[in-house]
Ligand binder design. Structure first.
Ligand code: SF4
Ligand code: SF4
Length: 426
């Protein structure tokens, strides 16, 4: 793709990088076929190629983003399916990150939208505050149908996400150091996480139980609860980078062999810290080192050569976009589950997003619901006894559309290797 940035623009490292990415695109359009929004809406501007053109025009002009460009960029799920398909290696992730930051800096959204985005960006990364707001939202949740009938679809979507039963905090998973059982084989840090630690504290508890049984000492530091992924995807760069720096500091100080992540959306961001902080001389090297240590729990466990076990259930495995497209982890979770004795079925149209995508299911509820229903129909066509996946966002989104129990892969592995039977299977 030809670009026409001025020499002055190209002196800015962020623009220079966008230019390099844009020039790799050969307009072939292969990516359109696997883009969920193009598949649903059929509009070129809601395809990766269309968005790349919009981003090019926006950045080249150096002008504030237009409402039209923002509309189509906001509809992008950041699922990164286009990156898996692209034969030319276009790094759409870094390009859209840059575009979102430009939108955030230059575009004034309508007041309600601004407020909603600010409230989400402030509340969700703070576990205590998030838990309190969930309690408040639960009280208001009977009003969801009313909000919908008045056209307040985002408010309705937000209230619809509130869990029926507030999860009780787990002892395992609170900040602290969890000692290895028996001979110690290593020391790892576990990302406590923000939304996940409130919505489903059992995931980190299962991870700690299994890792300590395998001989690992597990450090959970409360200070880096949120990795910055949520605000990063909203274009709120300052907040995201501050969180990234805090995480890098914590894990550097903890001196661990690996940083274990149980939410694949967060894993994708932490593995990108080296890039996010590349222009910060005080953090560039440290961030790169932490990115290299970041491992999804399944990626870490596959190297542990777990023995065969007798899981015995029929599972549909939903691969989160951040797992398969973001981190390119495509076989490890299924291999682990099969080794643990589960029958694992792949979901048809597995490359398409379920519509969760961070705050997407709140900010773009119509598209998100259509994607969820399509995903649920594909899963239910397999008639599984349970669904396994590796991302809390997908668990919440898919769980709203089906009665089939949905569990994190680690909960099933912990159970198969001696942990308690997950309550969700009761
Ligand atoms: S990230 Fe996903 S939604 Fe966005 S352009 Fe790529 S494939 Fe489409
Ligand atoms: S597949 Fe890659 S090179 Fe082709 S249009 Fe899409 S982003 Fe550009």
């Amino acid at each position: 793709m030809q670009t026409t940035f001025t020499p002055e623009q190209l002196e800015q490292p962020r623009i220079a990088e966008a230019n390099t990415i844009l020039r790799k695109c050969v307009h072939c359009g292969f990516c359109t076929a696997t883009c969920p929004t193009y598949v649903l809406l059929g509009d070129e501007l809601d395809s990766p190629r269309g968005r790349i053109y919009l981003i090019k025009n926006m950045l080249e002009s150096g002008q504030p983003a237009t409402a039209e460009t923002v509309k189509h960029l906001d509809r992008c799920l950041s699922c990164l399916s286009c990156m898996t398909t692209c034969p030319s290696g276009v790094n759409y992730m870094h390009l859209v990150d840059e575009a979102r930051a430009h939108v955030e800096e230059t575009y004034k959204r309508p007041l309600f939208e601004r407020l909603l985005r600010d409230v989400l960006a402030y509340t969700m990364p703070r576990p205590r505050l998030f838990r309190l707001s969930l309690i408040g939202a639960k009280l208001a949740s009977p009003l969801a149908p009313l909000a919908k009938s008045f056209g307040a679809t985002r408010v309705a979507a937000l209230l619809g996400l509130v869990p029926k039963r507030m999860p009780t905090p787990e002892r395992f998973g609170q900040p602290g150091t969890y000692e290895a059982e028996g001979r110690k084989t290593g020391r790892v840090a576990l990302l406590m996480g923000c939304v996940q630690s409130v919505l489903d504290p059992g995931i980190n508890a299962a991870t700690i139980r299994l890792l300590t049984r395998l001989g690992f000492e597990v450090v959970v530091s409360g200070e880096e609860a949120c990795c910055g992924s949520l605000t990063h995807h909203m274009g709120k760069e300052e907040d995201a980078l501050a969180r990234a720096r805090r995480s890098v500091d914590q894990w550097t100080k903890a001196d661990v062999d690996a940083v274990i992540v149980t939410a694949s959306g967060c894993g994708t961001t932490i593995k990108d810290y080296g890039h996010m902080l590349r222009l910060d001389p005080a953090y560039a090297e440290k961030a790169k080192a932490i990115s290299a240590k970041a491992k999804d729990i399944t990626e870490f466990l596959i190297a542990q050569n777990l023995p065969e076990a007798k899981g015995g259930m029929k599972l549909a495995y939903h691969s989160a976009c951040s797992m398969q497209h973001g981190q390119k982890i495509r076989t490890e979770p299924q291999k682990l589950l099969r080794r643990a004795g589960f029958t694992v079925m792949e979901v048809p149209e597995g490359h398409l997003c379920c519509g969760s995508a961070g705050t997407y299911n709140i900010l773009q509820p119509e598209i998100a619901t259509r994607l969820r229903d399509r995903k649920v129909a594909n899963i239910e066509s397999l008639a599984p006894q349970a669904i396994a996946t590796g991302n809390i966002g997908c668990m919440t989104q898919i769980g709203l559309g089906t009665g089939i129990p949905i569990l994190h892969t680690i909960e099933l592995l912990d159970w198969a290797y001696g942990g308690p039977r997950p309550e969700k299977l009761a």
